[in-house]
Design a protein around this ligand. Structure first.
Ligand SMILES: NC(=O)c1ccc[n+]([C@@H]2O[C@H](COP(=O)([O-])OP(=O)(O)OC[C@H]3O[C@@H](n4cnc5c(N)ncnc54)[C@H](OP(=O)(O)O)[C@@H]3O)[C@@H](O)[C@H]2O)c1
Length: 323
């Protein structure tokens, strides 16, 4: 089958279309014929060899896909061949992938393969930060960094759907209208403004209750400055570089909380909760309260261009590859 293969870590140019064996269907697994592949920022780090999971060269990137189940392995009873599904998987920049049955999410008929591929990682990361790691609801104010990105736009909408007030940051004015259209009350360009000052102004000096921060070094300390008493900062990525070590004692004066988050903590340990949260998000999609913004779609062979675009900070929403 066709797949994107890289034989050395490095820039987008290391990604090339090649031929690899189609995976065998193993016990407990589902073999999926892929229709659409989700591109994640973490894929760019995996390609560089700087992600928590290291490539075993030659390797294929990709953590999620949507398609049709072609076969299931021994012991699989809750996923059937022919089903339309999305899945958390590995090596999904390809025509086929294999996923543990517990990581397969059935797709409602109204959800396209493209939306299905856009869904598992970014939407469920946003959902579980807001509702598992935190308890977002009416009366709370949430600051979403990189709010025009994949996780960002999902988080803005899900926080709004939960009744929270939402503020967002972006690095260019061009992205701000999109974030507002998806439910943010105010959008701050953190490349040109001191976002903490602006957040304090917008909240009359109180600060926000929750910050979703995957930028890291450039935003973390300023975030603590505009975090309300008992506020919670979730650090779930480091696109702008790792943060300096935190002296926990600095959180005491305002009784603040900082936590980490990785979506596999939910998907690997709580498969029932994963499916239940997917159902809730599908319901919001049916009601039109969660719209997956597909920023751009590329043929699989152009995976390197998709990575270049994601790393350029120009992209919005989700990038998709079509095999
Ligand atoms: N912990 C988890 O389970 C989990 C799951 C999914 C994603 N994540 C993390 O969440 C973040 C967003 O992921 P995504 O896939 O949805 O990507 P994305 O937000 O669509 O794209 C990345 C965005 O990061 C922002 N950014 C800030 N500093 C950057 C830098 N130095 N270089 C490049 N981009 C920078 C850019 O937006 P602006 O220029 O507007 O700031 C860029 O558009 C990533 O850091 C990712 O690793 C974590």
């Amino acid at each position: 089958m066709k797949a994107i293969v890289f034989t050395q870590t490095g820039g987008p140019e290391v990604l090339a279309l090649g031929d690899v064996p189609k995976p065998d269907v193993r016990p407990g697994m589902a073999l999926i014929k892929i229709q659409a592949i989700g591109v994640n920022f973490a894929d760019t780090r995996f390609r560089q060899g700087t992600y928590v999971v290291k490539p075993k060269l030659p390797d294929t990137p990709g953590m999620e896909a949507a398609g049709v189940v072609e076969a299931v392995g021994d012991g699989v009873t809750d996923v059937r061949p022919g089903a339309r599904v999305a899945a958390f998987t590995v090596k999904s920049y390809a025509e086929y992938c294999q996923a543990p049955a517990s990581m397969v999410i059935p797709l409602p008929d109204v959800v396209s393969f493209v939306d299905g591929a856009a869904f598992p990682i970014q939407v469920l990361t946003a959902y579980h930060m807001l509702h598992t790691a935190d308890s977002t609801g009416p009366g709370r104010t949430v600051l979403v960094h990189s709010a025009a990105g994949g996780v960002g736009l999902a988080a803005v909408q899900l926080a709004r759907a939960a009744g929270a007030r939402v503020l967002g940051t972006v690095s260019s004015d061009a992205k701000a209208p999109l974030v507002r259209e998806h439910g943010a009350e105010a959008v701050i360009n953190y490349a040109t403004e001191k976002f903490a000052d602006e957040v304090l102004r917008l909240t009359e000096g109180r600060g926000v209750d929750l910050i979703l921060d995957a930028v890291g070094k450039p935003t973390f300390e300023e975030g603590l400055r505009c975090l309300a008493p008992f506020g919670h900062l979730i650090l779930y990525g480091r696109a702008g570089g790792p943060t300096d070590p935190l002296n926990v004692a600095t959180l005491s004066p305002k009784s603040q909380k900082v936590s980490g988050f990785m979506v596999p903590t939910v998907t690997r340990n709580f498969p029932d909760r994963t499916r239940e949260s997917a159902e809730r998000c599908f319901a919001l999609m049916r009601e039109g309260r969660l719209r997956l913004h597909i920023g751009k779609t590329f043929p699989l062979a152009q995976a390197a261009d998709a990575h270049r675009y994601l790393e350029s900070r120009q992209s919005t929403g989700k990038l998709i590859l079509i095999p």
